[in-house]
Structures are given as structure tokens and as C-alpha cells.
Design a binder for this molecule. Structure first.
Ligand SMILES: Cc1cc2nc3c(=O)[nH]c(=O)nc-3n(C[C@H](O)[C@H](O)[C@H](O)COP(=O)(O)OP(=O)(O)OC[C@H]3O[C@@H](n4cnc5c(N)ncnc54)[C@H](O)[C@@H]3O)c2cc1C
Ligand code: FES
Length: 285
């Protein structure tokens, strides 16, 4: 992997012209946008880490941060999985294929993929947050020999309602990843435990956790602490428990202060944090 580019161009605040080349409607108000820069060379130069984000602008409306949903191992095309939430995303969801947008980035720290190589990786996803693991998951699978044992545990209410659920289903048949999908409450019966409790229950019979494991979590931030305790008891070190946190952002480059947590800027020091950060910065959760 090359070092990630500091920005698309010399001025990190200047958006580059890009085009939506394909839009795939997904369940639960999401759409998958495939985008390419108009500058052909830029499509091949744009390098990033899984977990980094970019600022996308809809012309005449505004801009917002979005995680890059595709892995850096698939160059030439960027994918964004975007939920219709407010002004920018509503305008974006109205655009048609071939519409022009602006993109600047990549920003943020991303997952420490160099350090993670040769380690086992345990991916823990809760419901819709599973999408947040997509770029890391596919990066690992695209460069599979660089990683140890890979396990994905998903706690979902209903797998078919998950955006991109067919991709997750396709993993069940693969031999290079162990995939566990926790049952829906309906399947589990009345008084079913919470999603996170089911993740923990699913982990118990597994011998997938140890000192050489990175645990990457995607879920509701206030559901993390019980899992942290569990993972620490299993011997995972604090710097190897990773999760992503989002705050409102404006500049994306550490200048405006909108995204601060304590003395950290989530746009520079995050959005990927470790348990170590959470312990030293209680405001994180
Ligand atoms: C690093 C990062 C990566 C993100 N990646 C994605 C992604 O891949 N897909 C996706 O659909 N969304 C993602 N988001 C969230 C997205 O940026 C916000 O929902 C954004 O506000 C949408 O812009 P809008 O103008 O449509 O909504 P707005 O009109 O700005 O607001 C919509 C609602 O979302 C709330 N909101 C705004 N920003 C945040 C935030 N960061 N955290 C929690 N609530 C917020 C607002 O208070 C409001 O209630 C990401 C955010 C960050 C910080
Ligand atoms: S968004 Fe401006 S400092 Fe982080």
C-alpha cells in the first residue's frame, strides 16, 4: 500500500469535480453511489485507508462527511453508502446517474491496516452499522494472505433488511472467513436479549480472541463498554480494540473545532479510536 494522499490536490479544502456513475437503491432509506472523478488520472491516484472519509458536496446545497464504503484495494471507483437524513443527503438522493458532485479528501486516520497485518481480526457489527465495516472487510478479503484468522459476528434484527445484505450472505459460503449471524428477536423468541448480549453469547463458544487479535466494533457507542470488558478479559490489548465515532463536521481538516472531543478532533485523530483513547478521553462515549 502507498501512503494515503494528504488530500486530493494541494488545497485540501477545494472539492474536485466528480460524477455519479451508478445509483443502487438499498433497503432502509440507503443508496449506494458509485462515483468517479472527471479527472481520469485522479481516479487512480486517489489513495486512502479503510475507515477514512471524504466531504461530498451537492452543488448549490452544501456538503457533508461520508465514509468511503469501498476498499482501497479496488481502485478507480469510489462507493458511498448513504442514508437520507437531512438537507445534503435528501438532495443527493434526488440526483440521477451522471450528475456532477464535488469531493474533497480523503480525511481522518482510517484503520491501522499496516499494524493489523499478520493479526487475527474479529469484526463485530450491530444492525445497520455493519455497513461501516464494509471497506475494512473487503480490504482484508482482497489481501487475505496478509491477515490471520478473520471472524465476522453480526447481530441483526433482520438480515434481508440490511443494506447490502446479499454481500454479507455471500460470505457465509467462504472458507477464508468465519461468519456468524445472530438470530432475529422473532427467531430467538420472547424476552430475547439485546443485540450486544447476543454478540457476546455468540463469541463464547468461539476460540477467536487472543493477544494477537484486533477487535473492530461497529454499533451504538453506548453498547460498546460491556463488549470492551469481555474482550479485555479475553486478553485483547486496549490499543487493539477499535471502533469508529462520528461527530458533526465542517472543515474535515482540524481547523474549525466542530468535531472536537476533549483535546481531540474526530476529523484528524479519528474517526477510528481505540479502547485506549476511550479510557483516556471519557467524553469519547
Ligand atoms: C466521519 C463521518 C462519516 C460518515 N459516514 C456516513 C456514511 O457513510 N453514510 C451516511 O449516510 N452518513 C454518514 N455520516 C453522517 C452524515 O455525514 C450526516 O448524517 C450528515 O449530517 C448528513 O448531511 P445532511 O445535510 O443530509 O443532514 P443534516 O441536515 O446535517 O442533519 C440530519 C440529521 O443528522 C444529525 N447529524 C448530522 N451530523 C451528524 C453526526 N456526525 N452524527 C450524528 N448525527 C448527525 C443532525 O443533527 C440532523 O438531526 C458520516 C458522518 C461522519 C462524521
Ligand atoms: S471538522 Fe473542523 S476541526 Fe474537525
Amino acid at each position: 500500500m502507498k501512503e494515503p494522499a494528504a488530500g486530493v490536490r494541494a488545497d485540501p479544502l477545494r472539492p474536485e469535480k466528480a460524477r455519479i456513475i451508478r445509483i443502487q437503491p438499498l433497503p432502509q432509506g440507503f443508496k449506494l453511489f458509485q462515483v468517479r472523478f472527471d479527472d481520469e488520472q485522479l481516479n487512480w491516484e486517489f489513495d486512502f485507508k479503510p475507515g477514512q472519509f471524504l466531504m461530498l458536496s451537492v452543488i448549490g446545497v452544501g456538503e457533508a462527511p461520508f465514509a468511503i464504503a469501498s476498499p482501497p484495494s479496488r481502485q478507480g471507483l469510489l462507493e458511498l453508502c448513504i442514508h437520507r437524513a437531512g438537507r445534503v443527503t435528501t438532495a443527493l438522493h434526488r440526483l440521477k446517474e451522471n450528475a456532477v458532485i464535488g469531493i474533497r479528501g480523503p480525511y481522518g486516520n482510517g484503520y491501522p491496516i499496516e499494524a493489523m497485518q499478520k493479526s487475527d481480526v474479529l469484526l463485530l457489527a450491530e444492525g445497520l452499522y455493519a455497513n461501516a465495516l464494509r471497506p475494512l472487510l473487503w480490504y482484508i478479503l482482497d489481501t487475505r494472505k496478509d491477515f490471520g484468522q478473520v471472524t465476522l459476528v453480526m447481530a441483526v434484527d433482520s438480515l434481508p433488511d440490511l443494506p447490502l445484505h446479499d454481500e454479507f450472505l455471500s460470505l457465509l459460503d467462504r472458507e477464508d472467513i468465519t461468519c456468524r449471524v445472530c438470530p432475529s428477536p422473532a427467531q430467538a423468541g420472547a424476552g430475547a436479549p439485546s443485540l450486544i448480549e447476543r454478540v457476546i453469547a455468540e463469541l463464547r463458544p468461539q476460540k477467536v480472541v487472543g493477544q494477537n487479535t484486533y477487535a473492530v466494533m461497529a454499533g451504538e457507542a453506548d453498547h460498546f463498554p460491556p463488549l470492551w470488558d469481555h474482550l479485555l478479559q479475553r486478553g485483547i490489548s486496549k490499543d487493539k480494540i477499535l471502533f469508529s465515532l462520528h461527530r458533526k463536521m465542517r472543515c474535515g481538516i482540524g481547523k474549525c473545532g466542530h468535531c472536537s472531543i476533549g483535546y481531540k478532533h474526530t476529523c484528524l485523530d479519528g474517526p477510528i479510536f481505540s479502547y485506549w483513547d476511550a479510557q483516556n478521553l471519557p467524553e469519547v462515549i
